[in-house]
Design a protein around this ligand. Structure first.
Ligand code: 6PG
Length: 230
């Protein structure tokens, strides 16, 4: 299930979302001494990243990672790791821990196995998950066009897997639905009229493989908080 939170200005959304996430992360550190957050790449989250980076949180006890990453050099314009370093790991958040999904040159089975072990022990379940959504209803790198979508949505999928989308560039590494659905707080951050129309289409039907974002919107256990601004 989901709840829709609408904002007339993207700046208002960024402030409200960063306030909410800051409170959750602070409570998690107070309760268990650490917190983890998975964020998404793309163009939407920059303002939110900047707002969150300015919060005076116990960042040394907070681990940030990505819900998915393109398998490109981290100095590439396409790198989500670069996006997070340049926009979120700044200001007060400069000392936050960052769990790199892009490690090494090749996304080999061995690399994937090592990353799965590390993620399972150090990160999951996330205290906060920030999802984005593409026009095709993909989220993270759960792409409807990929051969890996059945595996990525299956209940026995490892936490991390390689995905090769056919309608988007770059091989990807992504957390699976099985891993992401465990998150204690799930947010979908979208903006603009076209994404609102995609959201309405996703809510109107339950074919998850056609629009993987539906796995989060229609799941009876996950209370996805949708944050949308014009
Ligand atoms: C990525 C993201 C992806 C993104 C959506 C929305 O690596 O591209 O993880 O899931 O969130 O494609 O991207 P925009 O914010 O650019 O529309």
């Amino acid at each position: 299930m989901y709840q829709l939170n609408e904002f007339s200005q993207r700046s208002e959304l960024d402030t409200a979302l960063s306030d909410k996430v800051a409170a959750i992360l602070t409570d998690a550190v107070n309760m268990k001494g650490k917190a983890s957050i998975a964020v998404s790449g793309g163009s939407t989250p920059k303002g939110f990243f900047t707002e969150l980076s300015q919060k005076a949180l116990p960042w040394a006890d907070i681990t940030i990672t990505l819900a998915d990453e393109r398998w490109v050099d981290i100095d590439s314009d396409s790198s989500n790791t670069r996006l997070v370093h340049e926009n979120l790991l700044q200001n007060q958040a400069v000392n936050a821990k960052f769990f790199h999904l892009k490690q090494g040159e090749e996304l080999s089975e061995e690399t994937l196995a090592d990353l799965n072990l590390a993620a399972d022990s150090a990160l999951l379940p996330f205290d906060v998950l920030i999802l984005g959504m593409g026009e095709d209803g993909h989220t993270a790198s759960l792409f409807p066009c990929s051969e890996q979508i059945n595996q990525a949505l299956s209940a026995d999928c490892p936490s991390l897997l390689k995905v090769v989308p056919t309608t988007a560039p770059h091989d990807r590494i992504t957390f699976s639905f099985n891993a992401l659905k465990q998150s204690k707080n799930t947010f979908l951050h979208i903006s603009g009229d076209s994404k609102k129309a995609v959201l309405e289409q996703a809510c109107a039907n339950s074919d998850i493989k056609a629009m993987p974002i539906r796995a989060f919107l229609h799941d009876p256990v996950i209370n996805t908080q949708v944050f949308w601004a014009e």
